[in-house]
Design a protein around this ligand. Structure first.
Ligand code: FMN
Length: 362
């Protein structure tokens, strides 16, 4: 496993937080803009908290200051689990300045985004765009390492257009003594839908000295076990499938621990929708805005409600929150639906709207 390769020196200097179940791989909620808010983190505490959280990215440029709403997920974090602060940017002095600002807060560490694929972002040479500029990443990581006395992590894709430079980037992870690395097994050009290259994640495990967390399409506890086995990774990061199924971190722990895995019914999922409405719709939002906000999450939930995607189609037509909750009753509770099981895997061919997957806007 990647963890055993982590150098003794780094482990002593910057011990990573223990997972909830000692000896199990780390589970991490993927950073997701407008999703991994304090409200959603708190909600997960009731369903199955991950071992680690990572904030959505703080944007760093000449005039930036850490965004207050993202800081809230650090300062008011009462989930009992550590949160890492993620940065996106390329301006070295301002990245270093921001690290200093963030380290005044109770962060578990600093995470660098080397993956965001939104053209608006990568064209500014930040996020995934940096995977085209290895010498700049070398300098940036050197500066971040020097500025971060504690844990420094990186979340990267496996390349920009292709994987030709992947090994070179991995050597920078070792050179700058990064403490843990998340690999999202897609190129930047692969966006969110191309097949995840788990062999590339396994390559990272073999070539870096720190623990590697695998990311991309970990849909269920069974898939989590398969990814662990296939890649030898030390941890699992789950994003969209944690929106779809908030029990997933608990289920992964149960599955890997050889225990009975909790199987939610559609009634349980209807309860989750109420919790979501409370967690993500703010009181000052208009009914239309509340509906739009909740739909962003239901786009993923709907992938496991019915094999035809009928719930997804109906919920997209709802005009306000009350209507949305009525549609949820219709498909998840009424006429004997309540006792049906929520599918552990997304139904094949039922997809969230693409614009719900483009989290990175800059
Ligand atoms: C709505 C949304 C917003 C995202 N925002 C971020 C972000 O702020 N930082 C980041 O590193 N990745 C971001 N991502 C990418 C995810 O962290 C993750 O790498 C990707 O969704 C693949 O994992 P999954 O298949 O488990 O969802 C975002 C993804 C989505 C869907």
């Amino acid at each position: 496993m990647g963890i055993s390769a982590h150098t003794a020196e780094a482990r002593e200097l910057h011990p990573l937080p223990e997972p909830i179940v000692p000896g199990q791989p780390w589970t991490v909620l993927a950073p997701m803009q407008d999703v991994t808010t304090l409200g959603f983190m708190r909600l997960l505490k009731d369903y199955g908290v991950p071992d680690l959280f990572v904030t959505e990215f703080f944007r760093v440029h000449e005039t930036s200051t850490p965004e207050k709403h993202i800081l809230a997920s650090i300062v008011a974090n009462d989930t009992g689990r550590p949160v890492f602060a993620q940065l996106i940017g390329e301006d070295i002095p301002h990245m270093v300045r921001t690290v200093g600002q963030l380290l005044r807060h109770p962060v578990a560490g600093i995470d660098l985004n080397l993956g965001c694929p939104a053209p608006k972002v990568y064209r500014k040479n930040v996020g995934g765009g940096l995977l085209r500029d290895i010498s700049h990443v070398d300098a940036l990581l050197g500066a971040l390492r020097a500025a971060t006395p504690g844990i420094l992590s990186v979340k990267m894709r496996i390349g920009f257009e292709d994987t030709a430079s992947f090994l070179d980037f991995l050597s920078l992870i070792n050179k700058h003594r990064v403490d843990w690395l998340t690999v999202h097994g897609r190129t930047v050009k692969g966006l969110y839908r191309s097949a995840v290259d788990y062999d590339a994640i396994a390559l990272a495990v073999r070539n870096v000295t720190c623990p590697v967390v695998a990311n991309g399409d970990i849909t269920s506890p069974a898939k989590a076990a398969w990814v662990l086995q296939k890649t030898g990774c030390a941890g699992l990061m789950i994003g969209r499938n944690a929106i779809r199924n908030p029990w997933i971190f608990r289920q992964v722990r149960e599955f890997l621990g050889g225990k009975a895995v909790f199987q939610p019914t559609l009634l349980d999922v209807r309860g989750y929708i109420d919790s979501l409405a409370e967690a993500v719709c703010l009181p000052d939002m208009t009914p239309l805005r509340k509906a739009a906000r909740l739909k962003k999450f239901l786009n993923f939930v709907g992938m496991s409600v019915d094999p035809e995607g009928a719930f997804l189609k109906a919920m997209r037509l709802a005009q306000n929150l009350d209507e949305l909750l009525r549609v949820s009753d219709e498909f998840l509770v009424n006429d004997g639906q309540a006792e049906k099981m929520f599918s552990m895997e997304p139904y094949p061919g039922v997809v969230a709207r693409p614009n719900c997957e483009q989290g990175c806007e800059l």
